[in-house]
Design a protein around this ligand. Structure first.
Ligand code: HEC
Ligand code: HEC
Length: 358
């Protein structure tokens, strides 16, 4: 009897021992798993904090994918049955293939632009997140713009890019082409509440460098990371039948003029940081902040068409920190307004604004 009991006890003990062994193995396995996945999780939180600190120079190439719900363009398929469908699609085509209409061999007004497409800078016909998209245009125009010192509607803003980014002629507001572009831009932004800009609109913010940007540095990086497509001479490459650029120019006669948005260092640096080399995105940038600013300095030091912009910025205290042409209300040089460092200039401009409000 006693033996039987001992045997039973032994059985129970060995079962318990097995169970404990099993739990131990499980714990160790979980530990290993946690060790593998936690560091990623923890460091991704750290990177996010760094990225949101505007003064940090964040030179990472591995920014994590985030969980923000970004704006998405309406689906083209939903245009079925829309009485404006043809006009909207015409507008989209004009944005994507501008040169086929207005370029050297354009079918509407040939040679009335430099041959670039709107889409070269407003990626995916103005729908790409942080690809200089049009999501906030319908919701925020007409608006006051300090550059002209006047209220501007969408027509005026579109023609600004025709005259500056495309270094060309403005369109007649009543033309079918302008009406198409207008209809397309309105339709893209139709679900965005008035007065707001959705997540991912326009261009993504980029921290300032603490130093001036250095064109010489930019030149080296340009030859490594950009010249293969945009060419060593910066003039880009046209397709076989010369109806469009396969790789658009970054300077020279056929590039944007010195009154254009990209001629401002901050716009250029933001655009390339999150979109170039082709294939980069806000989730997988391929340039460090320093590279982006230095390339911007290099490209915007090359020759390009000149625009008479004497009437721009009628109130000089409203010139942006990186407007490279004086006179200025502050004491900083044209050179510093062009290449930086920008923080001191921006602080000064903020103090003017404060004075005006008092
Ligand atoms: C060389 C690059 C480039 C090209 C080509 C270009 N744009 Fe632009 N565009 C810009 C930049 C940069 C901005 C933002 C400028 C700024 O905020 O100062 C902009 C701004 C705009 C805006 C206002 C966006 C907003 O949210 O306020 C509209 C509308 C626009 N462009 C339309 C067009 C159209 C239409 C074309 C073609 C006819 C075109 N652009 C071609 C660079 C370009
Ligand atoms: C693999 C080819 C490729 C590489 C490499 C590349 N780009 Fe581009 N880039 C393009 C194409 C193509 C477009 C036009 C995009 C479109 O129309 O959808 C473009 C557009 C641009 C634009 C706006 C249009 C213009 O011409 O002003 C800028 C600015 C630009 N790239 C700068 C750069 C810089 C700076 C680099 C290097 C860091 C770079 N790109 C590397 C192919 C490339």
């Amino acid at each position: 009897m006693a033996n039987e009991n001992d045997k039973n006890l032994l059985n129970v003990v060995s079962t318990l021992l097995n169970l404990i062994m099993f739990l131990l193995v499980l714990l160790i396995a979980m530990g290993i798993l946690l060790y593998h996945y936690m560091p990623d999780y923890v460091s991704s939180i750290e990177v996010k904090n760094v990225a949101s600190n505007s003064s940090a120079i964040n030179a990472t190439n591995t920014e994590p994918k985030d969980s923000v719900k970004y704006w998405q363009a309406p689906d083209i398929a939903t245009l079925e049955g829309n009485s404006n469908k043809d006009l909207i699609l015409y507008g989209k085509d004009l944005i994507a293939h501008t040169s086929e209409y207005f370029g050297e061999n354009g079918k509407i007004f040939n040679s009335s632009t430099n041959g670039m497409n709107c889409q070269n800078c407003h990626l995916d016909a103005g729908t790409r997140v942080f690809g200089n998209n049009y999501s906030a245009v319908a919701s925020t125009y007409p608006k006051f713009r300090a550059r002209s010192g006047a209220m501007e509607n969408i027509y005026k803003r579109v023609n600004d890019c025709f005259e500056r980014s495309l270094n060309g002629k403005a369109l007649d507001t009543a033309s079918k082409e302008m009406q198409g572009i207008f209809a397309y831009i309105k339709w893209l932004g139709k679900d965005v509440p008035k007065g707001t800009s959705p997540e991912g609109s326009g261009l993504k913010k980029l921290a300032f460098l603490e130093r001036a940007a250095i064109p010489e540095n930019g030149k080296n990086i340009y030859s490594q990371k950009c010249a293969s497509c945009h060419q060593a001479d910066g003039l880009g490459l046209m397709n076989g039948d010369k109806t469009a650029y396969t790789n658009p120019p970054l300077w020279g006669e056929h590039s944007y003029n010195d009154g254009a948005g990209l001629f401002r260092m901050s716009n250029f640096a933001k655009y390339i940081k999150y979109n170039m080399p082709l294939g980069a995105s806000h989730n997988s940038p391929q340039l460090t902040d320093e590279e982006a600013w230095d390339i911007a300095a290099f490209v915007n030091s090359q020759s390009r068409p000149h625009k008479n912009i004497k009437k721009d910025w009628p109130k000089i205290e409203q010139k942006p920190f990186d407007h490279p042409f004086g006179p200025y209300k502050d004491e900083f040089s044209e050179e510093q307004h062009k290449y930086g460092p920008f923080k001191a200039i921006q602080d000064k401009i903020a103090s003017f604004k404060k004075e005006l409000n008092v």
